[in-house]
Design a binder for this molecule. Structure first.
Ligand code: HEM
Length: 208
């Protein structure tokens, strides 16, 4: 690719930003679900009171801003990749639809983006507002357990969605073709990988 090709270079830069922010987001999501949930189960209350107020705000900062940058960079990347043709301007291009309708590539990315959007929504509209109230002591004592349960449930949902979501991110450029069976297989495989990681998380890495 020519260094002077602005479209290609901007797209590469956005792709990089999108993926590095995605790693930051999902890395923290996995830290919460695979490491911190089992860890909290074995810490005593006194230790939790010292560790959590210092750990959680930091981890939640990287988590939620990683989610926001991933989402925004992803939307711009989508517009440039599927809704723009250099020299012609904005509008669905051939990667998005052809004479037969939506392309396989478009179906994959719409699948991935739908799951990614649900995950972003859960972070910014449910998990973070709930955690913020918990960490700043705004939740009445009798509602703390329910608030923790709510944040934990949506964090688990996001962890499960991340498996199939990543197939939806990778398949457009590296696989392309789509049929209902591949979508079902990607969803099943992604979810099983997450289920397995959660199942072993309380047992692995407990000693060197
Ligand atoms: C939050 C909503 C998200 C949106 C709107 C979005 C959007 C996109 C778009 C439009 C592409 C380009 C697809 C193509 O080239 O045809 C893409 C690729 C990709 N996305 Fe996302 N994405 C989201 C979430 C995520 C997350 C959470 C991750 C986690 C790491 C991620 C990782 C990737 C990867 C690895 C690629 C492939 C890059 C490549 O092969 O060139 N995305 N995404």
């Amino acid at each position: 690719m020519a260094l002077g090709d602005l479209y290609t270079n901007v797209q590469l830069l956005l792709r990089w930003l999108h993926v590095i922010a995605g790693i930051t987001w999902i890395g923290h999501l996995y830290f919460f679900n695979f490491v911190n949930v089992p860890l909290q189960g074995v810490l005593d209350d006194a230790t939790k009171k010292v560790v959590n107020p210092k750990l959680m705000p930091r981890a939640l900062w990287w988590f939620r801003w990683g989610a926001m940058i991933t989402f925004l960079a992803g939307l711009i990347l989508f517009t440039l990749t599927y809704m723009y043709t250099p020299g012609q301007g904005f509008g669905p291009n051939q990667l998005f639809r052809n004479a037969d309708g939506l392309t396989g590539r478009a179906v994959w990315i719409l699948f991935g983006m739908l799951l990614g959007f649900i995950m972003w929504f859960n972070v910014w509209m449910i998990i973070w507002p709930t955690q913020k109230k918990l960490l700043s002591g705004q939740v009445p004592a009798d509602q703390i357990a329910a608030a923790r349960k709510k944040a934990g449930f949506f964090s688990r949902v996001n962890t499960y969605l991340s498996g199939p979501m990543l197939f939806g991110m990778l398949a457009p450029a590296h696989y392309g073709a789509v049929n209902p069976l591949t979508l079902v297989a990607a969803t099943a495989l992604g979810s099983i990988a997450i289920w397995h990681s959660i199942s072993v998380s309380s047992k692995v890495g407990t000693s060197v």
